[in-house]
Each structure stands twice: as C-alpha cells, then as structure tokens.
Ligand binder design. Sequence first.
Ligand code: SF4
Length: 166
Amino acid sequence: MPQKILFSACLAGFKVRYNGSDKPLVNATLQRWQREGRLVVCCPELAAGFSTPRPSAEITPAANGASVLAQQARVMEAGGGDVTDSYLLGAHLALETARRHGCRFALLTDGSPSCGSQFIYDGSFSGQTKPGSGVTAELLRRHGIEVFSDRQLTALIARIEATERS
Ligand code: SF4
C-alpha cells in the first residue's frame, strides 16, 4: 500500500521559516511522491498561529533533562518570550494531520525546535547545536510515527520501499 509522508512545508519550498526563507529538498523520488499525492505538507509553527517572519526560538533544557512534552523544558524566543504552549499546540496539530492522512512516516527539517529530529540548537542562541529533537518530532515518535530528517532522505526512501514490498 502506498505510504503517505508528513513533510515539512519549508522542505516543499514554502517560505515559512522563522526568517522568511525555505529549505527546498529536490529529489526525483520526492517529486514522484508529490505527483502521487503522498506528501502531506505541514508547518507546525504556522499551524499554531505564528506568522513569517517570526522571532527565532530555541529549546531551553530543563535541569532534570525532562522534555518540552513533559512541560519541563521550555521553548523560548530570542527576546525572552516563552512560546512553549504554542509549540506544543503546533506539535499536536501536526500529529492530528498525520493521523488524518494515515502517515506512518515523517520527513522533517533538522535543527528546528519543532521539526528537528537529529539535532537542535542548545538554547543559548549562540549557534551551538546538540543531539536532540524538536517538539513535533518528539510527539510524532511517541505516537509511533517514524521520523527522518532532511539529511536522511535516502534512508527514508529505502524504509518506505521495504515497507511497500512487504
Ligand atoms: Fe519548516 Fe518545521 Fe520550521 Fe515550519 S516548523 S518552518 S515546517 S522547520
């Protein structure tokens, strides 16, 4: 059965990133999936009501290591605003979208406090990264959706082809 993939809107060429840019991911298989209607394009931050451009935000870690989903770590804007609740809303809306379309897989932009799945920025707004996940990627994984970053497209294609063969 053809699989559907939740897909970060900025990877699809929509200029929805915090700084008004996109991050297009061009690949023949992705283009075919798009023609076949298998890419479910989603921007959790716009879904939560943010506009573009918007202040950059990073996850400030909790002292006990607990996540944003546990309401311990916070998502903070560079200017000091606490936007945790909006990021949680965006994550839940993305999960709802994935479920509505039957997505078992997601391909999301790495580094984002929403979509990051391999690394995120460390909360110091100094350009430092660390291994970790954004709020949306973590919520999707907790609900059984396999999340791949934009740097893992080859692995995602192989995973989906294997799934569709079985
Ligand atoms: Fe792209 Fe995700 Fe950020 Fe939206 S929230 S701009 S889809 S990385």
